[in-house]
Ligand binder design. Structure first.
Ligand code: UD1
Length: 422
């Protein structure tokens, strides 16, 4: 298994191209199931999760061509015929986002059988809202043998669904399903994440009728069929925030090419309070810390609040800030697995239920550490870049699920980082 080895203490200087967002790309790819015409996605990141979803979609009968444009990958997907409406366990278990085929399949074919994604390291993560929402659109749902079986023999019908709490994936599943349902649907308390808005814009490009994009109430007029379109995947706001924090942690200056300030508001605000400057440039954003870092409190919330996917990275940064920082996680119940690893590097962190009190130390020191999930792993990269001495991160396949060529991007900006096979 590969490891990443970092010798810390070098400020990052230079520019990094921000990739398309993984969390937008995955639902966008499943939208290809909604039409028999070709959906072309550009600015796609090339990641392990994308390959997993390519395999799943091909298994449903989608014909897929992929090429590297030099500035992101281009994916052409044509689901002329759906050859299987079953998403099997061996593919779904690799990636929870596979549940996103459920809505499109039942909407287009009147039936779908999707394996339940099962547990996940960062929490139990049930799919009950996906299922209740589909029931509101007229689907009959049955759970048996570890599979969800959804049926709508006469097609889905427009419906009204109020989410009891915000779910990104369930909103995406329902907005796709409702696009082909008969009549009008309203989704209330819908997720407002930029990736949801990106999906909705692509669906509109395919002929869907959606109002309220970017708000918490989506109104969808179902149409009988969707058609071909080309769509550019929105910039990855989590990758943007991650590299911004890496620049700040090492005391360097980075230009993040293709990054958009408007979708990282809450992160930019927290960084500003912590003493990090982010300014817009012609090509994206420039990031550097003003003087020393100071501790700030953050609480994760649905968009536009501080993203849970940035919590671990923020904790790594706060580990070397002056003063204390209270970091509260409200989205996932078990998302502090990076704490013991950061502690091995000298961070002073105390967890009490869903809050972590971080007391900044002057220096972290390199150590062998273990990646436990995607964002936790990258927090260790940030810590390693800022630490004195050598850090070796094990189980880096977690990082490869969400960060495209991370060591190459960092190396080009002066980091002493390499991937080694073990
Ligand atoms: C998406 C992102 C993930 C991010 C998360 C929250 C993708 C591929 N993944 O995940 O990176 O961390 O949003 O911003 O886009 N829940 C239920 N029942 C459901 C659905 C969700 O109880 O049916 C709970 C979850 O366990 C969690 C919370 O709701 O506690 C939010 O989850 P959700 O927004 O659905 O996350 P995902 O779409 O899985």
């Amino acid at each position: 298994m590969d490891q990443i080895r970092i010798r810390g203490g070098r400020p990052l200087e230079g520019s990094i191209r921000i990739s398309g967002a993984k969390n937008a790309a995955l639902p966008l790819m499943t939208a290809s199931l909604l039409t028999d015409e070709t959906l072309t996605l550009t600015n796609l990141p090339f990641l392990a999760d994308i390959t997993t979803l390519v395999q799943l979609l091909m298994q449903h009968g989608v014909q897929i061509g992929m090429r590297d444009s030099g500035a992101g990958h281009v994916l052409e997907m044509t689901a002329k015929e759906i050859t299987s409406t079953t998403a099997p366990y061996d593919l779904v278990r690799k990636m929870r986002a596979s549940i996103l085929v459920l809505g499109p399949l039942v909407a287009r074919c009147g039936e779908a059988r999707v394996s339940l994604p099962g547990g996940c390291a960062i929490g139990t993560r049930p799919v009950d809202l996906h299922l209740k929402g589909l029931e509101a659109l007229g689907a009959e749902i049955e759970l048996a043998n570890g599979y969800v079986h959804a049926r709508a023999p006469k097609g889905l019908a427009g419906g009204h669904y109020v989410f009891p709490f915000v779910s990104v994936g369930a909103t995406e599943n329902l907005v796709m399903a409702a696009s082909l349902a008969k009549g009008e649907s309203t989704l209330v308390n819908a997720a407002r994440e930029p990736e949801v808005a990106d999906l909705a814009k692509c669906l509109v490009g395919m002929g869907a009728k959606i109002e309220g994009i970017g708000t918490d109430t989506l109104t969808i007029q179902g149409v009988p069929a969707l058609h071909a379109t080309e769509h550019r995947v929105v910039a990855d706001r989590i990758e943007t925030g991650t590299f911004a924090m890496a620049a700040a942690a090492t005391g360097g200056e980075l230009e993040l090419v293709g990054a958009e300030l408007s979708i990282i508001d809450s992160v930019a605000e927290a960084l500003d309070k912590a003493g990090v400057e982010i300014v817009e440039t012609e090509n994206g954003l420039k990031v550097r810390r003003r003087n020393g870092l100071v501790g700030v409190d953050v609480m994760t919330e649905p968009y536009p609040g501080f993203p849970t996917d940035m919590q671990a990275q923020m904790m790594a940064l706060m580990s070397i800030a002056e003063g204390a920082s209270m970091i509260t996680e409200t989205i996932f119940e078990n998302r502090f697995m990076h704490v013991p690893e950061l502690a091995r590097m000298g961070a002073n962190i105390n967890v009490h239920q869903s809050s972590a009190m971080v007391r900044g130390t002057k220096k972290l020191t390199g150590a062998p550490v273990m990646a436990t999930d995607l964002r936790a792993s990258v927090s260790l990269v940030i810590a390693g870049l800022a630490a004195e001495g050598e850090t070796v991160i094990n189980r880096v396949y977690h990082i490869d699920r969400g960060y495209e060529r991370i060591e190459e991007k960092l190396k080009a900006c002066g980091a002493d980082i390499e991937r080694v096979g073990s």
